[in-house]
Structure formats: C-alpha cells, structure tokens
Design a protein around this ligand. Structure first.
Ligand code: ATP
Length: 245
C-alpha cells in the first residue's frame, strides 16, 4: 500500500513553472530517491507535499487526502521533513533537540489513533538517536557538532516525531564519502524498519546504492522513474546530467 501518493502536482512561482504534473508514490518501508540537476524542482516538490507552497494536484498520506491542509496538520498525520540547512537549537543538547520534536502530546495522541496503538515520545526520540548512531552525542550541545553530525541530528529530529514518511532534503551535503556511506546504511535500515523515506541528494552513489526506486526531475517534469539500475542507464537521464555539468 502507498503511504504517500502524489498525483499530478504542479507549482508556479509567478511565471516560473517549478513543477509540472509530477506524480510519485512511496510505499510502506520504501526508500524512494528524487534526483535531478540544480533547479529541477526537488525542494519545491517537498515544499508542495509538506504544504509550505501552494500546489495544484492531489496528495494522500495513508489514503487520507492532504490537499489544502496546512503544514502542521500534515506533520501531525505523519509527514516529516529535513531542510537543506539543518537549523538546530544551538544552546540545547542533541537529545533536547530531538525531544522538542517528540514532546507534543496532541501529536502523539493523533499518531496513536492513526496507528491504533499507544506511542510514547521518549521511546521514539531514543530510537531516533540510536537509528542515526548518535547515542554518544546525546548530551553534546548542538553548537559543538560538526557539519556532518548536524545533518544526522536533523534526520534524527525528523524521525523523533514518529513519522510515516520522512522527506530528506540533501542529508548527505557536507558529509565526506565515509560519512555518506554510513548515513546510507542507516537510512536503508530505517526504511527496512518500516518508515518510508523520500531522499533528495546529489550524491549519486548514495541514491543509486540504497534506493528501491528513483524518480528524476528536469525543469519541473519527471523524465524517468524506475529501479536505480534502469534509471542510471536511461538516455534522457544521462543527457540531463551531462547537459547540466
Ligand atoms: P537544487 O538542487 O539546486 O536545490 P532543486 O531541484 O531543489 O534545486 P528548486 O529549489 O525546487 O530546485 O527550484 C525549482 C525552480 O523554482 C528553479 O527554477 C528555482 O529558481 C525556482 N524557485 C524556487 N523557489 C522559488 C521562489 N521562492 N520564488 C521563485 N522561484 C523559485
């Protein structure tokens, strides 16, 4: 079953058609990559799905219509995201940064109703810390962290809300090759554990190495969609990337 289903979504900024009729599905526990050259519309897609920009088209989460809902209502239904710049509360510890996301009683009640069981904020924050391998940094202040560690905390913070789907906007930016590979292993494990992920990143070996399915945007349109092995050899994708370099 699709956890996230997006059909024919379009977004215009004034005269600029940032997205045209883009459709994309994410199944339970699936890791879907969304790639494309700079300016292709990837962040705009996440902004549209999370309700930060007005979009035409239809979007459903667990079969429920999201169209027209404000961002906080979408988040409460289980849609989480990270941002390109992971803004953390600098004077708080890593654990406190996660707890802020997790500690919302009404949120947890609503999520419990959706899932049909009680869910506890503390356990979700602890699980998110361990899912990203951040246990040893739990009591470090955010301002002490490296750029790579900040990205991991941004992902953990999104997970601490106990989401159904997390949209990850360039989580590997600022990570070195080894850190990026480690992040990839952790994202794969999170998806295998049942949390669906939509991954935007420019690190092709990361995206192609861990995703079940990859969607390619160029100039706001889907030019390819399929398993990584198929997308990697698609002539339209090769042209889009060679043309952009
Ligand atoms: P990148 O890989 O560089 O982050 P992207 O694929 O995420 O790029 P978007 O940031 O979604 O692309 O931009 C898609 C298009 O919409 C671009 O042409 C961009 O200039 C334009 N755009 C994005 N945000 C705005 C805005 N707030 N106002 C006007 N145009 C915008």
């Amino acid at each position: 079953m699709n956890v996230l289903s997006v059909q024919s979504v379009s977004v215009s900024y004034g005269g600029v058609h940032a997205l045209s009729e883009v459709s994309l599905d994410v199944e339970q526990g699936q890791l879907v990559g969304l790639i494309g050259p700079n300016g292709a519309g990837k962040t705009t897609f996440v902004d549209a799905v999370t309700g930060l920009v007005t979009a035409r088209g239809r979007m459903k989460l667990d079969g429920q219509d999201l169209t027209g809902l404000p961002p906080h209502a979408r988040a409460r239904r289980g849609l989480a995201r990270t941002f390109q710049s992971s803004e953390l509360f600098e004077d708080l510890t890593v654990a406190e940064n996660l707890q802020i996301t997790a500690d919302r009683p009404s949120w947890w009640r609503a999520l419990g109703e959706t899932l049909g069981r009680r869910v506890s904020p503390n356990s979700a924050a602890a699980q998110a810390l361990s899912a990203l391998g951040l246990e040893d940094l739990a009591h470090a202040s955010a301002h002490q962290l490296s750029q790579g560690q900040r990205k991991l905390v941004g992902v953990a913070r999104a997970l601490a809300a106990g989401p159904r789907v997390v949209c990850l906007d360039e989580p590997a930016a600022g990570l070195d090759t080894a850190e990026s590979a480690e992040l990839g292993r952790r994202l794969r494990a999170i998806a295998d554990d049942g949390t669906s992920l939509l991954l935007i990143d420019h690190d092709m070996s990361l995206v192609m190495g861990i995703c079940d399915h990859v969607v390619v945007l160029e100039f706001g349109k889907v030019i390819a969609s399929g398993p990584p092995a198929q997308v990697r050899t698609d002539p339209a994708v090769i042209t889009a990337y060679l043309g952009a370099s």
